[in-house]
Write a protein that binds this ligand. Sequence first.
Ligand SMILES: *Cc1c(COP(=O)(O)O)cnc(C)c1O
Length: 385
Amino acid sequence: MTSSRNHANAAPATPHAGHQAEAGAQLTIDVAAIVENWRLLAERAGGAECAAVVKADAYGLGAEPVSRALKAAGCKTFFVAQLPEARRLRAGDPTSTIQVLSGLLPGTCAAYAELRLRPTLGSLPELQEWAGFCRANGWRGGAALHVDTGMNRLGLRREDVAPLADNPLLADGAGNLVMSHLATADDPGHPLTARQLGLFRAVRQQFPLLRASLANSSGIFLGADATYDLVRPGIALYGGNPTPQHPNPMRSAVRLVARVLQVRDVPAGETVGYGATWTAQRRSRLAVVPVGYADGFLRAASASDRRREGAVATVAGRPCPLAGRISMDLLAIDVTDCEDGGPSRGDPVALLDEAIGIDHLAERAGTISYEILTSLGARYARVYA
Ligand SMILES: *Cc1c(COP(=O)(O)O)cnc(C)c1O
């Protein structure tokens, strides 16, 4: 990191070099790490097919570049949440299986067929509308039957499913996958996890001709009881820890580096930022960087006199705490303890890196890594590595 000062003003020569030099912060997305994570998850899933969940623009990291790289690595099935997301993905990928997770909105069957997408049917009205469309149009593009086993969000109730097992509604490609979703997979000791595993085993036996899918990222680590024919990892692909009770087996996929706008010294006793919530306990040196909550750097990760444990920045290899509230476009880092007087104007400081993972920042913001990633702002210069 000591040489970083020399590189700070030299933007890499890429087509976006101008934007990179002008942007306050650069977000580097390590697509190779995402591919490596997918391979690890595929291995952990045993013989099951490993799909990729790329909803919400691949958790904010870019559905197109991410899915392109995963497809090249052998991934054949992609999950999104909503039809417009699937439409965008299909435009660049004519061949992969694309499944939309969040139910079937009325009147959308024709769009699914036209784009060769698979809906996830989670209620009897959805199933009836889809089956009627398939029958009337001879469409056999497939769909998933989503059975609720305890999430109580989407999904057919089990008592509605029992009579369906040999129902003509499911013939002729109207359904080809039976799935459910785990509510507490990241907490293997939770009684609901065992209950859902048991219920899904019974559901699966009712539909012997359909493929089965239960596991999200954390579910894969529950082992053979959860992996079935197809697994659906999301967050673990992007570096989130699927086993919070254990060290993170996944590689970090994002690096966020901001540049110092100015360095200033604050006398002991003065406060920093909105609300005057952080008081300098000694003469303090601050580095101010152009990243704020408008960039998705959540205000809840601020530091105050009452709560010093805000977000952390890496400055020349050293972890440094924030000082005061994160505002819309700016935040201040306490660099008093840095060697050689700390960073200078223009120097890089990391807000997410190998040392400060998305789970760490999430913990400091009182949230989860999913929200950290899906909040990543549009003002960052994005680089795909
Ligand atoms: C989002 C989602 C996933 C992926 O979950 P992760 O916890 O990110 O691995 C899998 N299945 C369904 C139904 C989902 O909505």
